[in-house]
Design a protein around this ligand. Structure first.
Ligand code: FEO
Length: 400
């Protein structure tokens, strides 16, 4: 079934992936969509393709509107395989006059598909191509989140095809932000930002400034995943401003993994100290029960991370190891951290956590609290005190 006409003569023809639950380590609990769009004009143009496993949906959606062979131009805003997985098949069938991509897009396409003979049309920022009644304007968005990434703007419709930016892994039959639950779409946007765009925050911040400076008459922002923004464009742009500038809420995460419950007891005692502050949100996150890609969605707007692990084989427990190295790659910033954990004889975990947080240039605000085997009342009281000190610092920061 063809999806919908999103503006006169412009159709959503992408695919819904209801089944996917893992996107190279990102837990896609609500599935996703691979968005592609067809513009019917004097030059019929396809914006992006879809993941190979979903190609039948794309071809069927296009065929409900026109025969694919009639497509004149294909725009490849982003080459990652969820958007180019069936590009070879599409190129063979369509034989387009132009394959429009950024400078880096051509390089990445060649590295993927090794086709020197394709009709590349390389466009730089602000370049324009007329489709007849409409004009496409391009904006290179290098490293957001790949070198090839590019936006395509349909000037006459105020429609921005934003590639992976502003996306959400959210499978929905609805197409627009105002047709779905707003809190769900904003949560999935936050999770998407945290897992995909967080390391590139300085570039995101710059890009938002560039977009605002262009004074575009934005009526729709169509990402490559999830719903299209039309009623909440300002909300998502403001959220990107907050996330890319490291704005934090009065929120503390106690993220821990425990071996024989001792580290867990310490975590609960720290929480006891934090609970004395009314205007503080605290979440206890046991990594045995939570996926690391969900946890980083909480890290994004948290003010303080209190991280605990028992020591195992001179290191951290496995889930903590996975989480902390995943988080390290996302380059979090503007956060306080503190570490704690139990041990039997060597006790390296706390030092390792502090060392990684220091490398990340996070502000380590406590020396770290270690406990040998099972914590007694004195150690638990020290944990409560540590929680109080962290809470005081977070709340004081909020009042500055
Ligand atoms: Fe949705 Fe970077 O691919």
């Amino acid at each position: 079934m063809a999806r919908k006409e999103i503006a006169k003569g412009i159709y959503a023809v992408g695919a819904i992936d209801w089944d996917i639950r893992d996107m190279h380590g990102y837990s896609t609990n609500r599935g996703t969509t691979y968005n592609a769009f067809l513009i019917i004009d004097e030059k019929i143009t396809l914006i992006d393709t879809v993941k190979h496993t979903c190609r039948e949906q794309l071809f069927a959606n296009i065929r409900e509107i026109i025969e694919p062979e009639k497509i004149d131009y294909i725009v490849a805003n982003h080459i990652e395989m969820d958007h180019s997985g069936c590009l070879c098949e599409m190129m063979e069938l369509v034989k387009p006059e132009k394959l429009i991509c950024s400078t880096m897009g051509k390089k990445v396409l060649l590295d993927h598909f090794h086709r020197e003979d394709w009709p590349y049309e390389v466009v730089k920022s602000n370049a324009e191509i007329s489709l007849g009644k409409r004009t496409l304007q391009f904006l290179e968005t290098r490293m957001l989140h790949w070198p090839d990434s590019m936006f395509t703007y349909v000037k006459e419709d105020g429609l921005l095809f934003a590639s992976d930016a502003f996306g959400q892994h959210l499978a929905k039959s609805e197409l627009f932000d105002d047709e779905v639950d707003f809190s769900e779409v904003m949560y999935e946007s936050r999770k998407y930002y945290a897992n995909i765009l967080y390391p590139f925050s300085p570039l995101v911040k710059k890009l938002i400034g560039t977009i605002e400076g262009m004074n575009l008459d934005l009526k729709m922002v169509a990402p490559d995943h999830g719903v299209i923004w039309r009623s909440h464009i300002a909300d998502i742009i403001n959220a990107y401003k907050d996330w890319s500038s490291g704005k934090a809420e009065n929120k503390v995460l106690i993220i821990y993994e425990t071996m024989w419950e001792s580290t867990r007891k310490m975590a609960y005692a720290i929480n006891h100290g934090l609970a004395e502050y009314d205007n503080l949100s605290v979440s206890m996150i046991n990594l045995k029960n939570c996926h690391y890609s969900d946890v980083v969605a909480e890290v994004l707007n948290a003010r303080a991370l209190v991280i605990g692990s028992s020591t195992l084989n001179n290191g951290m427990l496995p889930s903590m190891n996975t989480f902390i190295y995943y988080m390290k790659g996302l380059k979090p910033f503007n956060k306080y951290t503190a570490a704690f954990g139990s041990f039997g004889w060597s006790g390296e975990a706390v030092g390792l956590i502090n060392s990684i947080c220091t490398d990340l240039k996070l502000e380590v605000i406590e020396d770290g609290l270690k406990n040998k085997f099972i914590p007694d009342e004195d150690v638990l009281a020290q944990c409560v005190e540590m929680g109080r000190r962290i809470g005081e610092k977070v709340v004081a920061g909020d009042q500055q």
